[in-house]
Design a protein around this ligand. Structure first.
Ligand code: ATP
Length: 323
């Protein structure tokens, strides 16, 4: 292999740039020509290729988002779209791919490399931390820190006005951000997609806090909570519990952005480095992941095989005890 392309796909995540930098510089170190593909699979179809050298990735480590841009590409899901992408890669002489993205990106990579003779190694880049095969995904740490910062700020105003705040955070299927940010931010309650929390139970937690003269309360609601999000939860709580003035804050896309934490910069660098080394060692259809404090490879098929994602038992147990 002497020509490798790298791209980002699906939702952007802080740390993707650190990973792109590591991929490009590692490839060059080992004598490869490096190419960036803009806008993920869409760029393969539209021939949006850019040559990358050491300087193309200077000064990007600290930037959020992705310098290669990202996209969701419907055409790549079709046989014709994949064929077009393959012909374009062949024309460029690209012999291997590093794909940075979430499970949709991995599914596309698996299908593509099953069909065509282009090896692919994937890096898990998503703030949701919901992929099997890595203890942490790229961007999760930064997103959690962003949420904690927001909780701290909201706590100031909640405390000054004796208010109850419902803060909605990202996590449609996985409550990783909600659980960790909730614990680190000292939230009084955390509502997760993984756990059915009855409104009556939430109210009794809040009543207990009020009886103990808590002057403010913060409830973290993951967007995938089964009660239908922060506005619905707040409305239903308010009907029966009006001890506090109640407010709702939806953090939304600000959780995606920002300069990556040192953890995500290092993780992105390690994963990018490992992805190129894996390709050069003849690997394909693998995902790079963090296991304990070691980088390990998992078969894409295994990573995608629908293992049930599980939040840590101790975090689940302590979240209500420490609140
Ligand atoms: P995030 O977790 O942040 O949403 P993701 O990688 O899961 O990231 P998706 O939009 O699901 O984001 O997938 C990214 C792209 O991967 C899609 O836009 C599409 O181009 C490609 N893709 C997804 N599923 C398939 C598939 N079954 N076949 C081919 N390509 C696919």
């Amino acid at each position: 292999i002497n020509k490798i392309a790298v791209f980002t796909s699906g939702g952007d995540a802080p740390g993707m740039n650190a990973c792109i930098r590591a991929v490009v510089r590692t490839g060059i170190h080992f004598g490869c020509e490096m190419v960036g593909i803009k806008q993920g699979y869409q760029g393969m179809i539209d021939e949006n290729f850019i040559p990358m050298n050491r300087h193309s990735v200077s000064n990007i480590m600290q930037l959020g988002g992705t310098i290669l841009k990202t996209a969701r590409c419907l055409e790549f899901r079709t046989e014709e779209g994949m064929e077009k992408a393959y012909q374009n890669l062949k024309k460029q002489g690209i012999q291997a791919l590093v794909a940075i993205g979430g499970d949709g990106t991995f599914t596309g990579a698996e299908r593509f490399s099953n069909k065509y003779d282009i090896p692919v190694v994937c890096v898990p880049g998503t703030i949701d931390n919901d992929l099997y095969g890595s203890d942490f995904t790229l961007g999760f740490d930064t997103a959690t820190n962003t949420v904690i910062e927001a909780i701290d700020k909201i706590r100031d105003t909640a405390e000054s006005h004796d208010r109850l705040f419902f803060i909605e955070v990202m996590g449609r299927d996985a409550g990783c951000i909600a659980l960790r940010a909730g614990i680190a931010g000292g939230a009084e309650a955390i509502m997760l997609p993984e756990k059915d929390t009855a409104i009556e139970d939430l109210i009794s937690t809040l009543e207990h806090g009020a009886a103990n003269l808590k002057s403010s309360s913060i409830v973290i609601v993951a967007e995938g909570d089964k009660n239908g999000g922060a506005y619905n939860v707040a409305k239903r709580v308010k009907e029966k519990f009006d001890y506090y003035d109640t407010k709702v804050t939806i953090l939304g896309h600000l959780q995606r952005g920002g300069s990556p934490s040192s953890f995500d910069r290092i993780l992105g660098s390690r994963m990018g480095f490992a992805a190129v080394k894996a390709l050069l060692a003849g690997q394909t259809r693998k995902m790079v992941g963090l296991h304990g404090n070691n980088i390990a490879l998992t078969d894409l098929r295994e990573a995608l095989s629908g293992h049930e994602f599980k939040l840590e038992d101790d975090l689940m147990e302590m979240s209500s005890i420490l609140a």
